[in-house]
Design a protein around this ligand. Structure first.
Ligand code: SAH
Length: 247
């Protein structure tokens, strides 16, 4: 009987892959890989495994969700076991839930292998704990991607006084910061943005809410980045962005 797995590949650093993910990858006949996954992770796949790249980055062309599921089902029905590798954790903003539903609807049981999500690993990479007794009693993971009816209620989130960890927030960072300032979040609230966390090219800025957009723009920070907003961001180990030498 062929098996299906949804596997979290972690945030980037290959050593942040779980032992279970590495062991499971070695069982798969076919591996479907998202574009945020560090290709080094594929060292754990079998040499004869078929590797299929299915990018899925906001705003860029990518394999449609239904095609990814259809590809998985084709392989499964042909008796091949399929590992679906996603960045971070497969159930945090990775559409893993949707893929599980689609596979279940087709009668396939899919095993979930959790990964370390960027929303925890990226802040940690610069010394920021997402909770801390002195700063935040909780943490909210939220997407900055939504607009219109999918827009988060930034006023309600500001009122929680919890750490806000924003995924996919760079494109709309200006709007998000404006919404939080409108909601009376103090302009001197500590913030950080971390790009390509846990990878060699990692860089970040730490700034107040008031200065965040300017500092991010000056540093040229883009995707993939995690934005952290709240008192915990004052624990960032350095406030300097670290530009990389040109390749
Ligand atoms: N399932 C993933 C998230 C997928 S959504 C996870 O659990 O981490 C994609 C977003 O994740 C990116 O836009 C970015 O906000 C964040 N992200 C993923 N990897 C990252 C990294 N190495 N550094 C910073 N942000 C990252």
């Amino acid at each position: 009987m062929s098996r299906a797995w949804l596997i979290g590949a972690g945030p980037g650093d290959v050593e942040l892959l779980t032992l279970k993910a590495a062991r499971t990858l070695a069982l798969a006949d076919v591996v479907l890989v998202d574009d945020l996954v560090n290709p080094e992770v594929l060292q754990f796949a079998r040499a004869d495994a078929q590797i299929v790249y299915v990018g899925k980055r906001g705003g860029q062309s990518s394999t449609p969700q239904h095609e990814i599921v259809a590809t998985m089902l084709d392989h499964l029905r042909a008796g091949r076991s399929v590992a679906r590798l996603k960045g971070g954790d497969p159930f945090v903003f990775g559409r893993g839930g949707e893929e599980q539903q689609a596979l279940q609807a087709a009668g396939v049981h899919v095993e979930i292998i959790s990964g370390i999500t960027a929303g925890i690993a990226a802040p940690a990479a610069i010394g920021i704990p997402v909770t801390h007794r002195d700063h935040a009693q909780g943490v909210v993971f939220v997407t900055g991607h939504g607009a219109g009816e999918h827009e988060a209620d930034w006023r309600a989130l500001a009122a929680t006084h919890m750490t806000l960890v924003i995924y996919m927030g760079m494109r709309r960072l200006g709007d998000i910061v404006d919404a939080l300032l409108d909601a009376d979040m103090p302009p001197d609230t500590p913030c950080a943005a971390i790009e390509s966390a846990t990878r060699p090219e990692q860089r970040h800025v730490a700034a107040t809410l008031h200065e965040l957009v300017r500092r991010v723009t000056d540093a040229g920070l883009g995707s993939p980045s995690i934005v952290v907003i709240g008192g915990v961001a004052s624990l960032a180990t350095s406030d300097a962005s670290s530009p990389q030498p040109a390749p």
